[in-house]
Design a protein around this ligand. Structure first.
Ligand SMILES: NC(=O)c1ccc[n+]([C@@H]2O[C@H](COP(=O)([O-])OP(=O)(O)OC[C@H]3O[C@@H](n4cnc5c(N)ncnc54)[C@H](OP(=O)(O)O)[C@@H]3O)[C@@H](O)[C@H]2O)c1
Length: 428
């Protein structure tokens, strides 16, 4: 593809824009590559104006001025990318009631909160669900429809692109933004590639076919150090999304969810000690609640400063090591801390045995992977990894929201763990 640096870009109407390329006066025909340019919606059938006049003072006066950001400050290496951003800018300027948001993975722990939050903000939501959804397929169609009152629900198979596209077409609404909260429910090797990569990619393609110009991806902070299959699958999709010149994107990489830190509440409440690996300080995280993360994801639909950005995000307050999590839990229950510290080498031993056995019994592949997932979370922090030092950086991990781990522990000690079940992902 021919490349050009766009130095000025200005929206003239919802369907046309002017821009300067390499700061030369130019016109459409002098850039042959533009003739074959297929523009993303809403410019698909629009005329293209190229203008050497850099109108520094734009006559648009909208608050978050999209083109002001572009004007002369950034140099865009791909013209199509630039136009895709402009298209996203148009979406960003649409009012919520004119914006159709497709949510895939809507029936998951985070997806449910995203549907609620996006509806609350006044967007039109199309939630994609399976006919039986939730942990263990416990929810039927009626329950899903009741759960998502206010949203349109599209029952579809995201793992099959053609039938997924057909289901969306039958739904009939054009789509502006896709939000993906899809994830393998097991974290197994094949399922991770099927969902975190293939089904998520299907959502991109189906969304594009229905006119989407922005894609918000729920990923994970741990992809910074990809040792596990689900992380590699997520990263592959992340990089393909970033390379796609037909759509703009926001990649959200959260730290640990509350559910992942609540696994020992019931046992500790019943009198057992809190179990941790090593000295209990091998890792740390800044946990974030479902509601706060859903709010951050919803921000990505409209916030210009979140477009084409990889966004690590944690909850409010400090980073907690497992030792501190255990101490906090005992404090919440008004009990004296009682901990068991397990050498991490025990996990390494178990993993090496499973890895050996997998050579003869391929069916143990997932068991070995689950062991590695457990080992990973025992020793790796869910914080921003500083590429220069190779160390995790609690201060460099952005905080968002208001729900604290302390308040979460208080709630689950009082009310139980309903809604915080790990389901098939018993290890994370
Ligand atoms: N746990 C953590 O601490 C943590 C931290 C950071 C990031 N993350 C990441 O956050 C993401 C979302 O997590 P979550 O806990 O919300 O996930 P979840 O509760 O397991 O939800 C997964 C969603 O994907 C859908 N899905 C799974 N397999 C499917 C299939 N074969 N066909 C159709 N849909 C399928 C599920 O639909 P059904 O309801 O029909 O099964 C559900 O809507 C994951 O990518 C995870 O890696 C997690």
């Amino acid at each position: 593809m021919a490349m050009a640096a766009v130095t000025h870009l200005q929206l003239l109407s919802p369907h046309s824009f002017s821009c300067s390329i390499h700061q030369q006066q130019t016109n459409y025909s002098s850039f042959p590559f533009l003739n074959s340019l297929s523009l993303p919606p809403p410019f698909a059938n629009s005329s293209l104006f190229l203008d050497h006049q850099s109108h520094k003072s734009s006559h648009f006066s909208h608050g978050r001025c999209f083109w002001a950001t572009l004007s002369g400050q950034k140099r865009f290496q791909g013209f199509r990318r630039c136009v895709a951003e402009l298209a996203a800018g148009t979406v960003l300027r649409k009012s919520p009631r004119d914006t159709n948001v497709l949510v895939v993975g809507s029936t998951g722990y985070i997806g449910k909160f995203v549907v609620r939050e996006v509806l609350k903000r006044g967007y039109n939501v199309i939630a994609v669900a399976r006919e039986r959804s939730g942990i263990g397929g416990n929810f039927d169609k009626e329950q899903t429809l009741a759960e998502f009152g206010g949203a349109a629900v599209c029952f579809a198979d995201v793992t099959d692109l053609n039938s997924f596209k057909a289901a969306l077409e039958a739904q009939g609404s054009q789509i502006d933004v896709v939000v993906s909260c899809l994830a393998s429910r097991t974290g197994g090797v094949k399922d991770s590639w099927k969902i975190d990569y293939e089904a998520t990619k299907n959502s991109l393609e189906a969304g594009l076919a229905m006119g989407a110009s922005h894609f918000v991806l729920l990923s994970a902070i741990c992809v910074q150090k990809p040792l596990l299959e689900f992380q590699k699958a997520k990263l592959r999709f992340e990089s393909e999304l970033q390379a796609c010149d037909k759509i703009s994107w926001s990649i959200v990489r959260p730290t640990a969810f509350f559910k992942s830190l609540g696994g020992q509440v019931e046992t500790v409440k019943a009198g057992s000690p809190y179990v941790m690996f090593g000295d209990g300080k091998l890792s740390a995280c800044k946990p974030i609640s479902e509601a706060d993360l859903a709010s951050f994801i919803a921000d990505c639909i409209h916030d210009q400063d979140k477009v084409n950005r990889v966004l690590p995000v944690g909850g409010p307050g400090k980073a907690y090591t497992p030792l501190e999590q255990g101490e906090l839990l005992f404090r919440t229950m008004g009990k004296k801390p009682r901990c068991i510290k397990v050498p991490i080498e025990i996990m390494d031993f178990a993993i090496s045995i499973l890895d050996f056995l997998v050579r003869f019994f391929p069916s143990l592949e997932d068991a070995a992977e689950f062991g590695k997932i457990g080992r990973y979370y025992a020793a790796e922090s869910m914080l921003v990894l500083d590429p220069k030092t190779g160390k995790y950086d609690a201060d460099g991990t952005p905080s968002y929201g208001t729900d604290t781990l302390e308040a979460f522990f208080e709630k689950v000690v009082r009310e139980g763990m309903a809604g915080q079940e790990l389901g098939d992902q018993a290890v994370f």
